[in-house]
Design a protein around this ligand. Structure first.
Ligand SMILES: *[C@@H]1O[C@H](CO)[C@@H](O)[C@H](O)[C@H]1NC(C)=O
Ligand SMILES: *[C@@H]1O[C@H](CO)[C@@H](O)[C@H](O)[C@H]1NC(C)=O
Ligand SMILES: *[C@@H]1O[C@H](CO)[C@@H](O)[C@H](O)[C@H]1NC(C)=O
Ligand SMILES: *[C@@H]1O[C@H](CO)[C@@H](O)[C@H](O)[C@H]1NC(C)=O
Ligand SMILES: *[C@@H]1O[C@H](CO)[C@@H](O)[C@H](O)[C@H]1NC(C)=O
Ligand SMILES: *[C@@H]1O[C@H](CO)[C@@H](O)[C@H](O)[C@H]1NC(C)=O
Length: 356
């Protein structure tokens, strides 16, 4: 390994470290439109009632489940032209989208609400392949590192996992065909977030206006955002028909798209209430407003993207303050920072000694 290699690896590690979003981060509450024109349409600039978004962080690509146009669009975030490229077409009413890496490149998993299934579209494919069995009123979709596919069946009040290894489908959250607000039940689950090793499944339990955390082998979920009683509301303790959720695997902070409140809420671990990070200014199309937001995503830099459904646009809210939460953590992070610097300097001087 040359010194160049080592430096590159170090820079990479540092950039990964610095991309962590602080649990106390702030975003510009004025958004910038990144995709869509604000008017529904089927041109390559437009989207129509899109319901799902996904960001492939390393590739810096935004994928949109363009519901009423029966297609999945890809937008290159570095390209200011905002032209969408169709990566799946001839499908029907895509709800949510997840993009995974395969040898052939990015593979798109898309849930098709009325076709009751999830389809997998390989890079460059002209046709999708169904994965797993039937998924009634299919909504959320996610994939873990073993390529197990998770799907939420809104109509059957459950989340299932399909294993490509065994070709078996198992229920991992909720109880089949039973809805309610006790901890063992779900009520019309929508978007889901599954961690990479598939050990934790977060569910936007929509009709219960709460986010539930289910771990493998548990028979009930715990509420990590919203009222555990399943009561909707507009205060910091409640949510109103949340459509999707993203959890930061490092900090365990839960980010919720609080659809009927037209806002994005952040719940820190063990918090009894959330705080609004963007929106909550009534339904509307101003740059600081949302109208029925249904999905969210973050890019590599921690900027927040919102699928602003009724406005037919994807808004980007820039991360503007990423300082740690308290002075204590500020102190410890600066200690960590100086430790890392010291280590790098020692490695570099060690290597230059070897070269001499
Ligand atoms: C927020 O974004 C708007 C629109 O891009 C910009 O005019 C404004 O200066 C930004 N505010 C901050 C605090 O960065
Ligand atoms: C935004 O809303 C206003 C008032 O409701 C409307 O007149 C305008 O056409 C909307 N703009 C777009 C781009 O939809
Ligand atoms: C696109 O929309 C136009 C109307 O705006 C319509 O005439 C046309 O048929 C649509 N194309 C497709 C492929 O749906
Ligand atoms: C997987 O299971 C489904 C139904 O449970 C069946 O139709 C299909 O043929 C199976 N696929 C393989 C490769 O065994
Ligand atoms: C359960 O879902 C059905 C429709 O799928 C609905 O009619 C019923 O009100 C729901 N029950 C509860 C407790 O929300
Ligand atoms: C979800 O549950 C797991 C297992 O108990 C826990 O490690 C994790 O922190 C929980 N997530 C949140 C956001 O509380």
């Amino acid at each position: 390994m040359t010194m160049m290699h080592i430096l590159l690896i170090l820079c990479f590690c540092l950039s990964v470290v610095s991309s962590t979003v602080s649990p106390c981060a702030k975003w510009n509450t004025t958004g910038v439109t990144i995709a869509g024109t604000g008017e529904a349409g089927n041109s390559s600039f437009q989207i129509d009632s899109a319901k799902g978004i996904f960001i492939h962080k390393e590739r810096n690509e935004l994928y949109v489940a363009d519901f009423s146009n029966d297609r999945v669009q890809k937008f290159l975030l570095a390209d200011p032209s905002r032209i969408g490229i169709t990566v799946a077409s001839g499908i029907k009413n895509p709800m949510k989208v997840y993009v995974d890496d395969d040898i052939s490149g990015p593979t798109v998993y898309v849930s098709l609400r009325f076709l009751n299934r999830v389809e997998k579209w390989m890079n460059g494919a002209t046709q999708g392949v169904q994965v797993g069995g039937e998924c009634q009123l299919c909504s959320g979709v996610s994939v873990d590192k073993e390529k197990n596919v998770y799907m939420s069946e809104s109509n059957r009040h459950r989340v299932v996992q399909w294993s490509p290894r065994t070709n078996m489908t198992t229920v991992v959250a909720g109880k089949t065909d039973t809805n309610g607000s006790t901890s063992d039940l779900l009520n019309h689950p929508q978007g889901i977030y599954v961690n990479r090793d598939g050990s934790i499944i977060y569910v936007a339990d929509m009709w219960n206006s709460r986010i539930q955390n289910w771990t493998t082998a548990s028979r009930e979920g715990t509420t990590v955002a919203g009222s555990n009683q399943g009561t909707e509301g507009h205060d910091p303790e409640t949510l109103d028909y949340p459509n999707d959720v993203i959890v930061d695997d490092e900090t365990n902070v839960v980010y919720v798209i609080d659809t009927s409140n037209n806002r994005v809420q952040r719940w820190k671990p063990f918090a009894s209430e959330g705080d609004t990070i963007v929106g909550d200014r009534g339904a509307g199309n101003a740059t600081n407003q949302l109208n029925k937001p249904v999905d969210l995503a973050f890019d590599m830099k921690g900027n927040l993207y919102v699928m602003d459904m009724e406005n037919n646009r994807v808004e980007m809210f820039e991360l503007i303050d990423n300082r740690p939460c308290s002075l204590e953590s500020a102190a410890s992070s600066s200690i960590l920072g100086s430790m890392i610097t010291t280590i790098i300097i020692s490695i570099i001087s060690f290597i230059s000694m070897i070269h001499i």
